[in-house]
Design a protein around this ligand. Structure first.
Ligand code: 5GP
Length: 117
């Protein structure tokens, strides 16, 4: 069994976080440390630790992440100018929270795709 993270508590509203969207499959809320003017996290309600753990039966959930990202980008007024969707995996990907999440970032030019240090 995968270990729960803070995101499970956010999904269950056990810690106060303004939810931007929630349905039976996914939940969205603002990142606590925004890296751009708009920085939203869209996460599955099901605990899937990393992209490596996604199963075929999760395809509906994974698709929902994209349709909610599209809707939120429109609501945030960043759809036309553009935005970036990011999903980090494991150490080399820079993943910090082991409950997969799609970052929706935008509201300003985002520069080159990778900043390798
Ligand atoms: P990762 O590096 O795993 O792809 O991204 C994790 C993200 O979760 C980071 O951008 C971090 O700021 C955000 N984050 C971590 N803890 C919390 C929290 O308790 N609340 C919210 N809203 N965001 C969090």
């Amino acid at each position: 069994m995968a270990e729960e993270t803070i995101f499970s508590k956010i999904i269950r509203q056990e810690i106060p976080t303004e939810l931007l969207y929630q349905d039976d499959l996914v939940t969205a809320f603002r990142d606590i440390a925004p890296q751009a003017k708009t920085h939203i996290l869209i996460i599955p309600n099901k605990l899937i630790p990393t992209v490596n753990d996604i199963e075929e039966s999760d395809e509906l959930i994974m698709g929902r992440l994209f349709t909610v990202a599209k809707q939120l980008a429109k609501e945030e007024g960043i759809a036309e100018d553009g935005f970036r969707l990011i999903m980090n995996c494991n150490q080399h990907g820079g993943q910090e929270v082991y409950h997969i999440h799609m970052h929706l970032v935008g509201g300003q030019p985002l520069g080159k795709m990778l900043a390798l240090k």
